[in-house]
Write a protein that binds this ligand. Structure first.
Ligand SMILES: [Mg+2]
Ligand SMILES: [Zn+2]
Length: 197
């Protein structure tokens, strides 16, 4: 395969963040039952897929490393994502999860790693393994680290306003959008065939 990809962050972009009563913060779902695709996400992904974009998930999931979740629970949440996408006819080319955390407590998953965003590792792997053209590709996420990751890989970036954005110092995205469907509109508007060149 040679072509363009859309690299997608998961939490806050594809699925809703969940209010953790303990911390008062919006966080990743902690169970399969808490996982819910955001309205409009499935058709937006289907639209990208239909236009020929490879869909690649790039997600940091440190809760096992941090001792907050089992690997089985993380797997169940992933399976729920896959099932809901399948129901919508959406197929991701690849799901990339970094399960590490620099301050983790779980042996084998703690300390520095090569793949945690803002590292562009998974995007570079997609370039090398799948023949993705990064110059034609996009990264969509809701955190500064998503934008930094995309920038480091040389893709264009769209920041989604999820309500959980971290401080954005020095990492302005190329575009911002309120939700994924709006981000997809931006991508289509930037396609060569839609422009004047
Ligand atoms: Mg996110
Ligand atoms: Zn990692």
């Amino acid at each position: 395969m040679t072509g363009a990809a859309v690299f997608l962050d998961r939490d806050g972009v594809l699925n809703s963040l969940v209010l953790n009563p303990g911390t008062g913060r919006l966080e990743s779902p902690l169970s399969r039952e808490q996982f819910r695709l955001i309205d409009g996400v499935a058709p937006a992904l289907f639209r990208l897929q239909s236009a020929g974009y490879a869909l690649v998930l790039v997600s940091n999931q440190p809760n096992f490393a941090l001792g907050k979740s089992s690997l089985e629970t993380l797997s169940q949440i992933h399976q729920e994502l896959v099932a809901e996408l399948l129901y919508a006819g959406v197929h991701f080319t690849r799901y990339c999860y970094c399960l590490h955390h620099p301050k983790g407590v779980t042996p084998g998953y703690s300390g520095l790693c090569i793949c945690r965003k803002p590292s562009p590792w998974f995007l570079l792997r997609a370039r090398d393994d799948l023949g993705v053209s990064l110059a034609q590709s996009w990264m969509i996420g809701d955190q500064p680290t998503d934008v930094q990751c995309g920038r480091a890989a040389g893709v264009r970036t769209i920041r989604i306003a999820s309500g959980c954005e971290g401080a954005a110092a020095g990492v302005a995205a190329d575009h911002t959008a309120g939700h994924l469907a709006e981000a997809v509109e931006i991508i289509f508007a930037q396609r060569p065939s839609a422009g004047c060149h």
